[in-house]
Design a protein around this ligand. Sequence first.
Ligand SMILES: Nc1ncnc2c1ncn2[C@@H]1O[C@H](COP(=O)(O)OP(=O)(O)OP(=O)(O)O)[C@@H](O)[C@H]1O
Ligand SMILES: [Mg+2]
Length: 404
Amino acid sequence: MEQESFKNPFRPGAGHRPPYLAGRTAEQDEMKQYLDQRLVTQNVILTGLRGVGKTVLLETVKPIAMEAGWLWAGADMSESASVTEDNLALRILTDIAPVTAALAIAEKKHLPPGFLSVEETMRQPLDFGLLNAIYRQEPGLVSDKLKSVLTFVWTMLSGTTKGIVFAYDEAQNLADHAAKSQYPLALLLEVFQSLQRKGIPFLLVLTGLPTLLPKLIESRTYSERMFHVISLKQLDEQASREAIMKPIEDAQCPVRFTEEVVETICRLSGGYPYFIQFICKEIYDIWVAKAVSGREVSDVPITDIVMKLDNDFFQGRWARVTDRQKELLKAIVALPTCDDEFTVQEIVGASRMLLEKAFSGSHVTQMMSSLSNQGLVFKNRHGKYSLAVPLLAAFIRRQYDSIG
Ligand SMILES: Nc1ncnc2c1ncn2[C@@H]1O[C@H](COP(=O)(O)OP(=O)(O)OP(=O)(O)O)[C@@H](O)[C@H]1O
Ligand SMILES: [Mg+2]
């Protein structure tokens, strides 16, 4: 069969490059403005709900930045990188090392005083070993040490590049730990702010869930002024349609979606890229499996697809929620503004109407904090809450509808 050579192009997953990147030109243009800074005064946060396309967008910014003359260093910010200040410093050195090792050779005259007394190491690439050795040897606190190494890196690279972008995905994992007197998040903010004030063009691009900015502000109030926030939303109607249609435009593709199918996918997905990829992949597979004659998918087994989506995407999260938390979420999804934002008082009100055992304000506040740690809700800058997972409200309603 001719269609065998054409594979299902849709790619639901974390950070998987989509077959066609729909929309997002406005966000890319916005990003370009910040790559235009000579003196870096504004860093960038790319934020949005799960699966909205942050990682994929960040990946597309990399070549744009490099073309504009920047070097690019970055990684995922794991929780372990943020356990101690020293871990965070090591994370940064690890990320910058491949960039510097390829470009800079340290000679003794370049190195900080007292460094490299052994003759045979007079010339050495600026690799992790060397960066780490300099870091260890510098006096002072972790922030002093890190600033020294990064300043040194810049003395070695300036003139050869516009600057360095430090791009960190999953940056909501960063945290300070007052109980252990470890402040890695504050360290990151302070070090970059200090280097930028000295005119060193290091640009921070942090990507993460909507909890990110409030977290940064809590750590250092000046973060609010240090970052420009780009919020990724669901794709608009036109971009959603492109995300659905473009991947199957190829003449070799055995599947065509009717207008009705496209509309159904737009509606079911709410324009969220992950859901678009997921639903399209399912429909495509179902169609190919059935090997329906003609070249059009005319009906969409909505119930089956929604069930699979519930299983694959939502159930894992739901399973970790306690019964009392489920009741709280039930009260939340009864609110008319549950897909937008809501207050503790509104939740208390809804719980009085709906539940046998209503919640008090302080109880709600406390539970929202644990739901926030579980990644299900987040608190915005104005103290209001939102659901942190797209289409979660509809999922929760389905749970209660199915049990009556
Ligand atoms: N602009 C887009 N057009 C089409 N598909 C997209 C677009 N952006 C992202 N996707 C698809 O959506 C899915 C999620 O993308 P991605 O992993 O970048 O989201 P994310 O916001 O980083 O999610 P998370 O919060 O879980 O890290 C992927 O399957 C990706 O291919
Ligand atoms: Mg991501």
